[in-house]
Design a protein around this ligand. Structure first.
Ligand code: PMP
Length: 287
């Protein structure tokens, strides 16, 4: 039985209930995280908790749990669900809480709603260019909001963009701003490789500061063999890249071989992907 956490209690997921007046339900007024655990070992747990605390502070949700208390809570939930699957993702969601009316201003004296549950995730992909799953993407202009650095539960903008790719038979939707500069995917960050250099958009309000992105950059820098740069990337550069990758906690580093019906680089998974994925795989549990 899948066990969830809701407002201080562990209970069967099927019994978890919240009010329809919860501001997460009414306004998407909340922050969330998804953290992967492979065989009970987390990837980037401290970084995920810190990003959640930053998001909560930014939207002024006062949640009394410390980073240490979050760590214990999430590890406890994983432990209670360890019979469910070898690899588990934790979804954790903090909304501003339940008011007695629907009114836009932040209410006073309302306790945040804290919800978390686990779900099975796949084994990591093989570190093998010939065997790894290849992705096919379409691209479109990024029409979300100007606060994409906040991991908000209000995901309609992302959902619409994801659906555009899904309806077109592609795996994800790559997004660019009005200046035709790469931002990210509807549910992932994006990297390109050109002439042996790994490039990814720098952090600003147009992208989520992905934890997988962070671990890739830091582990490549620590390894020292593959140069990596964070900077503005034009869509022209994306279209002439040797390699294109999408990254997230669930996909890790996924190679993209088709963009808008054209081959990326040689049309095969690249050598730098294989090296970078090996470096990431060796380092990921250290973060
Ligand atoms: N950007 C967006 C819009 C996302 O939703 C996600 C997570 N699915 C990411 C980037 C990747 O973030 P992370 O590596 O922390 O999962």
């Amino acid at each position: 039985m899948s066990i969830a956490y809701l407002n201080g209690d562990f209970l069967p997921l099927s019994e978890a209930r919240i009010s329809p007046l919860d501001r997460g339900f009414l306004f998407g007024d909340g922050i969330y995280e998804v953290i992967p655990y492979y065989q009970g070992q987390s990837v980037g747990l401290g970084l995920h908790i810190q990003r959640m605390l930053n998001g909560l502070a930014e939207i002024e949700i006062d949640c009394s749990l410390s980073a240490e208390q979050w760590r214990n809570l999430l590890n406890d939930l994983i432990e209670k669900n360890s019979d469910q699957a070898n690899n588990l993702g934790v979804y954790v969601h903090v909304s501003r809480g339940t008011d007695d009316k629907r009114y836009h201003a932040y209410p006073e004296g309302v306790e945040p709603t804290i919800f978390a549950y686990t779900f099975a995730i796949k084994d990591p992909e093989p570190v093998d260019r010939e065997k790894v799953t290849q992705y096919s993407l379409i691209s479109t202009e990024d029409l979300r909001w100007q606060r994409c650095h906040i991991k908000s539960t209000a995901l309609l903008g992302n959902v619409i963009h994801f659906q555009q790719g899904y309806s077109a038979g592609s795996d994800e939707t790559l997004l660019y701003n009005a200046e035709h500069q790469l931002t990210e995917g509807s549910a992932c960050n994006v990297f390109i490789v050109k002439d042996g250099v790994v490039l990814t958009p720098k952090l600003d309000n147009q992208i989520l500061p992905g934890i997988t992105r962070r671990i890739i950059i830091d582990s490549l820098k620590a390894d020292g063999m593959i140069p990596v740069e964070e900077r503005t990337i034009s869509m022209e550069e994306v279209r002439s890249a040797d390699e294109l990758w999408i990254t997230s906690s669930s996909k890790e580093i996924a190679p993209v071989t088709q963009l808008d019906g054209h081959s990326v680089g040689s049309g095969k998974v690249g050598e730098i992907w294989e090296k970078a994925f090996a470096i990431y795989t060796a380092a990921k549990f250290l973060y």
